[in-house]
Design a protein around this ligand. Structure first.
Ligand code: ADP
Ligand code: MN
Ligand code: MN
Ligand code: MN
Ligand code: MN
Length: 334
């Protein structure tokens, strides 16, 4: 039987790259191999040299088509086999290999917002605003929760694909939700996050809804959408000195991290709505107003992980994981 292989890749859209996909039919027993696409239609090549190469790097069952059908996440390469300039995974793989002995792992909390007819799901049809924030986070009931049927379908799909989902929850703004991938090593955590994002877009599409990663979907007194990135090394999972050293190391490279944490980060990291201002670096135990939070349980146990609360929902997970490994493991290596 022929197999439908859905090839996914990250494009060259600026300032925030997005996912593209197309279907390749594989003959019985055929493995998903290298493929190509028209880079002039994805901001990845000029029209007269338009060919870009897709190299499969992560494959999983396709829970939407079912059967033997698969999803094939790819890196984009130039025709000479080197990484395309928009390929952020290749540099991550190098850094992850360099510090593999420190065994860094990640859990990424992906927040997102459903939109329908130009407004967030749950915002009044005639325009204007719903009741102020307060009851929506982890809420229940038709007056507080919008889009749960999509969220449940997505959760089932992510699990059927075999991805490392650790949970979901309704967020502070109506129509805003979160799922978490991890804890696993990079690049796997980032590969899985891209696939989970694609499944979300694809399932919401069937409901006539668009899922967006806009970091500040509604101006004013409404929470933005982030991608808190939880991080630990073997040493951090074994002792508190490494926890503090990791939090301190991030303070030495504030600007570099903020620059890589997603377009429009200044819109979201204002110092309000459970954020620290992007212009300052801070860390603290249980502090949701700090750049980096040390969970209370981690202080109590004297070991565990830290949470970088700064990345935007629209962050490239290949970039945030590379920066965290490079800064924290690089500092520990001296
Ligand atoms: P929050 O309280 O910030 O909403 P969540 O439960 O949404 O926290 O997310 C916590 C994340 O931390 C999960 O994705 C989980 O997999 C991850 N995590 C747990 N332990 C570790 C660890 N030792 N290293 C890295 N990530 C971890
Ligand atoms: Mn064509
Ligand atoms: Mn969370
Ligand atoms: Mn959240
Ligand atoms: Mn969090």
């Amino acid at each position: 039987m022929a197999v439908k292989a859905e090839y996914l890749w990250v494009d060259g859209t600026q300032p925030t790259a997005k996912l593209r996909s197309k279907t390749k039919i594989l003959a019985d027993g055929e493995q998903p191999g290298i493929w190509g696409f028209d880079g002039s239609s994805t901001n990845q090549a000029p029209g007269d040299k338009s060919d870009c190469v897709l190299r499969p790097v992560f494959t999983c069952p396709d829970p939407l088509r079912g059967g033997d059908n698969i999803i094939v996440l790819c890196e984009v390469e130039l025709i000479d086999g080197t990484p395309h300039p928009t390929n952020t995974r290749a540099p991550l793989v190098e850094v992850a290999a360099k510090y593999a002995d420190q065994e860094p792992i990640f859990g990424i909390e992906q927040e997102y917002t459903f939109f329908k007819d130009g407004r967030p799901l749950g915002f009044p049809v005639g325009g204007g605003y719903p009741a102020p924030q307060g009851g929506y986070y982890c809420g229940v009931g038709a007056d507080e929760v919008f889009g749960r049927e999509i969220v449940e379908e997505h959760m089932d799909a992510v699990l059927a694909a075999g991805l490392h989902l650790s949970g979901i929850n309704a967020e502070v703004m109506p129509g805003q939700w979160e799922f978490q991938i991890g804890p696993v090593a990079a690049p796997l955590v980032a590969d899985e996050l891209w696939v989970a994002r694609w499944l979300l877009y694809r399932i919401a599409e069937d409901h006539g809804v668009s899922a967006t990663l806009d970091p500040k979907p509604v101006k004013g007194d409404w929470n933005g959408a982030g991608a808190h990135t939880n991080f630990s090394t073997k040493a951090m999972r074994e002792g508190y000195d490494a926890i503090i050293a990791g939090a301190e190391a991030l303070g030495k490279k504030r600007q570099e991290h903020v620059d890589g944490y997603g377009a429009g980060i200044d819109q979201r990291l204002t110092g309000l709505h459970e954020t620290a201002p992007w212009t300052e670096y801070s860390y603290g135990v249980s502090d949701r107003g700090a750049s980096v939070r040390i969970p209370w349980q981690v202080e109590k146990d004297g070991k565990g992980y830290i949470e970088d609360r700064r990345p935007n929902a629209n962050v490239d997970p290949y970039v945030v994981t590379r920066l965290l490994i490079d800064t924290i493991c690089g500092d520990a290596a001296g």
